[in-house]
Design a protein around this ligand. Structure first.
Ligand code: BG6
Length: 479
């Protein structure tokens, strides 16, 4: 253990999860089906959408669906929260499954069973002195809204979302003071199904529906911000983006310009609207070149301008290196975006390039541009873990990854960045979002559950559990 400077008083240490990747109980409490429920486990998870005839239905003869049972947080939340408390969590990031509250998305009244479930979870967190940080929509759109309305393409979905946020803000106004609207909202640029609720068959057809859907989400986000501030005056509500700083592959100005354009579009477009309250200047040219004409209703732009978010939550796993012309061989892998391989970086077993300095760069870039508080709400290493004969799990690789990223945050704070907290991803092992598997583990807590469906669901503390506990209790001094 080395000693470093402490983090600011009140720094929000914790861990992050999403309902669809851990709760299980996918039918319990009258929950409706959401997108994640109909995506199978395995490598086909995201490409299945491109298959002709895929109709958002469950087909158990052909596929397995690991997140239907998840890690059974739905029934085991007390045990899990006690373990988070043992590590000293100040906050726990989780999401509310929209389909527990409005099973089909378009009902008039919320579902009491669903509301009561999150009451129990929030109360349990508070019993342990942990504040919830709640994502309102984390890749969990009701399937009914996808099938009947075309997801966020439809303006009507804004009204349903408004009903949903009003229900949860009113119900949990005394229990939740940190909120986020749409998880990784910018992921819709590459993979519209998870966040925007529709799939696109041909590249050239994507522009108009994608940006119209974004406009609806921006309006919905401002409606949520307004309602949150009115109903829970002491709350803070943020946006949530994937951030992967884009490096130019070399000093060829063609590549530098290309990297800049990719960075602005992917990393900044959504945050520009949600934080600054305006469509950025660069997007006008992009709209023109791709023949995008937004249907903007009266009052939309004023609403967006007036109700901007209080902070930026973001996920950071990797940086991205870009080159204007790239061959298949040069390509790198990543969560949803890929650039070219960076010769200076090593990658995880899933090909995600590990770049702690990239986190310091990201924090600086975001703060330079927006000057609002930042919150690292996801970061972590997906890895294969091994349980030794004596039951121990020695995940030193995970400790190394997290340590280097925490050091990078420390540096960024020294650089002047205002950083609220850090919730590492998948603090307890859960189902991965992109491949729907259990073998890709992120947790401090091991869950005895495997891709073939076997496992007792028993929880075990990994080596990183004790390490993180020490990090929190010394406020980042012992790394
Ligand atoms: C983020 C998502 O993109 O990355 C999470 O918000 C996800 O839901 C995480 O789990 C890690 O990705 P994966 O595919 O390894 O689970």
């Amino acid at each position: 253990t080395q000693t470093y400077m402490r983090f600011p008083e009140g720094f929000l240490w914790g861990g992050a999860t999403a309902a669809n990747q851990m709760e299980g109980g996918f039918h319990e409490g009258s929950k409706g089906l959401n997108i994640a429920d109909v995506l199978p486990g395995g490598k086909k998870r995201l490409t299945i959408l491109q298959e002709p005839g895929f109709n958002f239905e469950i087909d158990k003869d052909k596929y397995s669906y690991p997140n239907h049972e998840g890690i059974d947080f739905y029934n085991r939340y007390k045990e899990d929260i006690a373990l988070f408390a043992e590590m000293g969590f100040k906050v726990f990031r989780m999401s509310i499954a929209w389909t527990r509250i409005f099973p089909n998305g378009d009902e008039q009244e919320p579902n009491e069973f669903g509301l009561a479930f999150y009451d129990r979870v929030f109360d349990e967190l508070h019993n342990h002195g942990i504040e919830p940080v709640v994502t309102i929509s984390h890749y969990e759109m009701p399937v009914n809204l996808v099938k009947e309305y075309g997801g966020w393409r439809s303006r009507e979905v804004v009204t349903f979302f408004e009903r949903y946020v009003n229900a949860i803000f009113n119900r949990y106004k005394n229990k939740v003071k940190y909120w986020m609207t749409f998880n990784e909202i910018n992921s819709g640029l590459i993979m519209p199904i998870m966040g925007l609720g529709f799939s696109i068959q041909k590249e050239e057809d994507k522009y108009q529906p994608t940006f119209q859907a974004f406009h609806h989400q921006f309006v919905a986000s401002s409606i949520a911000v307004k309602a949150c501030h009115e109903i829970i005056p002491n709350a803070q509500i943020g946006c949530m983006i994937i951030y992967a700083p884009v490096y130019s592959y070399d000093s060829n100005p063609e590549n530098v310009m290309y990297a800049l354009q990719e960075e602005r579009l992917f990393n900044h477009f959504c945050a520009d609207v949600q934080v600054r309250g305006e469509y950025p200047a660069f997007i006008k040219r992009y709209f023109k070149e791709h023949n995008i004409k937004l249907d903007i209703q009266e009052g939309d732009l004023e609403l967006i301008k007036e109700h901007t978010v209080d902070y930026i939550g973001f996920s950071y796993y990797m940086s991205r290196t870009e080159k204007k012309e790239k061959t298949e061989l040069e390509k790198s892998q990543g969560n949803i975006m890929s650039g070219v391989k960076n010769p200076f970086l090593e990658a995880s077993d899933w090909g995600w390039e590990i770049d702690p300095i990239g986190l310091r760069i990201s924090l600086n870039k975001l703060y330079d541009r927006y000057q609002v508080p930042l919150f690292v709400v996801e970061n972590g290493l997906g890895a294969y873990d091994k349980v030794e004969e004596d039951g121990s799990i020695n995940d030193d690789y995970r400790i190394d990854y997290l340590r280097e990223h925490i050091k990078a945050m420390r540096e960024a704070i020294e650089d002047g960045v205002e950083l609220m907290g850090y919730t590492s991803w998948g603090c307890i092992d859960l189902v991965s979002a992109s491949t729907g598997e259990f073998s890709k583990r992120y947790g401090f807590i091991y869950v005895d559950k495997y891709d073939d469906g076997s496992g007792t669901l028993e929880r075990k503390r990994k080596k990183s559990f004790f390490w993180y506990k020490d990090v929190i209790s010394t406020n980042g001094e012992n790394l």
